[in-house]
Design a protein around this ligand. Structure first.
Ligand code: HSE
Length: 419
């Protein structure tokens, strides 16, 4: 039986989950894999409950430099101080497993290079989709494929909020509060609600699926804070549901990496992914369309992915596991990025308004698919316009001009329509 001693940095929900899983299923893993994992030390500035005092430490470097420990699990989150600890672990010759999507999205290339230089493994399955083995699927099982596109519901908090708004007509703030109570929202809701968390994950997916060098500043992202119950209702009327999608698209014109709220057709499998669940839809040239579904957050689901990385490292018998060198891809510019759009406008309810808006769209070569006029109050009407495929640059120019019209009171929202 191969014995592997593990140290954990950070004992919050995820770190505590790793300790619980490795302890609870120690004999299961040993029986299945012939690998005996033991958590010998855990560093946390607090004194976490449920962890025996003899393995607790307040000093991360004591764990990193503990000569018994072979693999470090980093579950602190955020860039500082996690980055310093991970680099120190590599220097000490330790392999590292992390769930830290922000760290990889912001410092990934530096870390992959440092791990390779030290001849150690660096794995991060839990950083995208929690329990869902999407990184392994892209790295291993789909390695013979050219990945064409990935659409992921990779943030459980926003998916939970959008589901509650859709199914229970719950207001945004009440749904967010519930998600926080259930423990899958980030401590700072901005990371979830404004799309940062999903954007980190989009950058990681693009790195693994395409080898695209991670440059987080180039990921365009948007969250869900502008979505109202009326957007949800109008999306429903046109046969869709609003989902926050991480998007990675690869075409001969360039790659697109981003996050955007999108009206997804109710017929698409991603539309039925509800509550805090995550799913990643992958379209590749040989395997075709696949969808990976499961729990994207939580103590044991995330620990399950971390334990899988630990097992992979232990199985590799010292051969370092990492990613190949990154490639620089041309980014699709807004001239080349095509999509269908939903505009939610508040306009004066009088003659000529529609023709002014239609004129601007025609000038910008944006073709209209549907127009719905909804509620009118105090002579202000709600106008919903769905466009055919148009390029992003023309859409932006048209919106600017539409917003400047004196008859347009406000542009309440603009969403992608697709899938
Ligand atoms: N806050 C994240 C989510 C947790 O809601 O999905 C997992 O990264």
């Amino acid at each position: 039986m191969k014995k592997i001693k593990v140290g954990i940095l950070g004992c919050g929900t995820v770190g505590g989950g790793v300790y619980t899983l490795l302890t609870k299923n120690r004999s299961v893993i040993a029986g299945r894999e012939g690998l005996d994992f033991e958590v010998v030390q855990i560093a946390d500035v607090r004194a976490p409950k449920g962890i025996p005092a003899k393995i607790r430490s307040k000093d991360a470097y004591a764990v990193i430099n503990n000569p018994d420990i072979e693999i470090i699990v980093e579950t602190i989150g955020g860039v500082k101080p996690a980055l310093d600890f991970v680099l120190a672990a590599f220097k000490a010759g330790k392999s590292v497993v992390t769930a830290n999507k922000e760290l990889i999205a912001k410092e990934g290339e530096r870390l992959f290079a440092a791990a390779a230089a030290s001849g150690v493994s660096f794995l991060f399955e839990a950083s995208v989709g929690g329990s869902i083995p999407i990184i392994a699927a892209l790295r291993n099982n789909l390695a013979a494929n050219q990945i064409k596109e990935i659409y992921g519901i990779v943030n459980g908090t926003t998916n939970y909020i959008l589901t509650k708004m859709t199914e229970e007509k719950m207001e945004f703030s009440a749904a967010l509060k519930k998600a926080q109570e259930l423990g899958f929202a980030e401590a700072n809701p901005t990371a979830d609600v404004d799309g940062y968390d999903a954007a980190y994950k989009a950058a990681i997916l693009a790195r693994v699926a395409l080898g695209a060098e991670i440059n987080f500043k180039e990921v365009s992202f948007e969250g869900i804070s502008k979505i109202s119950l009326s957007d949800i209702r109008y999306a429903d009327e046109i046969g869709g549901v609003i989902k926050l999608l991480a998007v990675v698209k690869n075409s001969s014109a360039g790659i697109e990496i981003g996050v955007r709220p999108t009206i997804v057709s109710k017929k698409h499998p991603l539309a039925s992914v509800s509550n805090e669940f995550n799913a990643i839809f992958v379209n590749s040239d040989a395997a075709g369309e696949q969808m990976y579904y499961g729990r994207g957050a939580g103590a044991l689901p995330t620990a399950s992915a971390i334990a899988a990385d630990l097992i992979e490292i232990a199985r590799s018998s010292g051969e370092p596991i990492g990613l190949p060198e990154p490639k620089i891809f041309k980014r699709l510019d807004s001239n080349e990025s095509m999509g269908r759009y939903y505009f939610h406008l508040k306009v004066a309810d009088k003659f000529g308004v529609l023709s002014e808006i239609a004129g601007i769209l025609a000038d910008q070569k944006v073709s209209i698919d549907a127009v719905l006029q909804k509620e009118t109050s105090n002579n202000v009407a709600t106008l919903i316009i769905i466009t055919h495929e148009a390029n992003e640059k023309n859409i932006a120019a048209a919106l600017k001009q539409i917003g400047d019209l004196s008859v347009v009171k406000s542009v309440k929202n603009v969403l992608r329509v697709g899938l």
